[in-house]
Write a protein that binds this ligand. Sequence first.
Ligand SMILES: Cc1ncc(COP(=O)(O)O)c(C=O)c1O
Length: 400
Amino acid sequence: MSSSSAIIHRAEQVLFANYARYPLTITKGRDCRVYDPDGREWLDFTAGIAVTSLGHCHPKVTVAIQKQAQRLVHISNLFYTEPQVALAEALVAASFADRVFFCNSGAEANEAAIKLARKAMGPKRFEIITTTQSFHGRTLTTMAATGQDKVKQGFNPLPPGFVHVAYGDMDAMRQAVGPQTAAILVEPVQGEGGVNVPPPGYLADLRALCNREGILLMFDEIQTGIGRCGTLFAYEQDGVAPDVMTLAKGLGNGFPIGALLARAETAQALGPGTHGSTFGGGPLACAAALAVLETLRDDPWILENTNRMGQRITSGLEKLATTHTVIRQVRGQGLLIGCELTVEARPVAEACLEAGLLLATAGPHVVRFMPPLTVRDADVDQALDIFATVLGGIHEAARA
Ligand SMILES: Cc1ncc(COP(=O)(O)O)c(C=O)c1O
């Protein structure tokens, strides 16, 4: 097998340079550990950006994929398949929703949600209100929905019909709603935008506003859903339900799949011929996702562990903050945790990688801890030790 650096060199000759990748090639993974071609081990607290939530190569998901691959890989949506129906039944049983549409990624799920909102609310109500610092995807329309200018640069003109208001600000939201508003689209906790947790009651206030105005409340749970925040869906913690929800990331534990969920009266707006996907809801993806949902349903330890380990990381980081002034704030929910620094996050993540810990960033100053939901005490303690050592180095360098 080629070395990590040889593969990186080959990649530079043939791949688009659109990702700011870390200089590391991964060949295999197990639980929360991954390995390079030389067999060196890393503790993976990125989980493929909140995707491999049951850990790398979870045996139940692997077996489900293997079994389905021997039976039927693809047939298209010209026909019915049982894995697709069974997965939709499981999602409906576990959520507020009555109907599910399957696609292949988060951006596709949000794209479908935006189409649904426009079709369901009619031509006069076309506008969707989203929030600043939100992230909803990289297609032209989901980029327009995203509340971060940096992702949009160079891609104008973007599709119109989106308004952005400050996340967590109900007054701004109330003022933004008008006769042209179709829906409000928010992440229950913002992930890419810096792991931002809204003020208590925000989701309930949004629900009340949408009820009063007769508009749709849409939750983008692409990052927060499937247990990441300590409940199957993050909205459960606020005791409110949306009208529309999007999922992806953790749903397939790494097998690409996205989903749009809605109540029946809303879903009926997308009739035959209005939307579709050749690959969406393929039997292989659905078999993988069904194994994920069944694992989470049958093993309550996983969500309990998510909350326990989330607290262990948060209190560990808060303790570190008392001695390391480079930590500005620790915030998050479940195992979606952001550590805001007074320095740039990327070099800190790079130094952690050198020391054996993989971390992602969320914006320029936030380091994100999002290990698999099955992470153990010893893994968390090891990660915190590495992080403390790296931050200690920054402290020393600043003093010198
Ligand atoms: C909240 C949210 N929405 C949408 C997306 C886009 O998902 P994808 O990269 O699968 O298109 C992401 C990805 O990070 C996300 O975090």
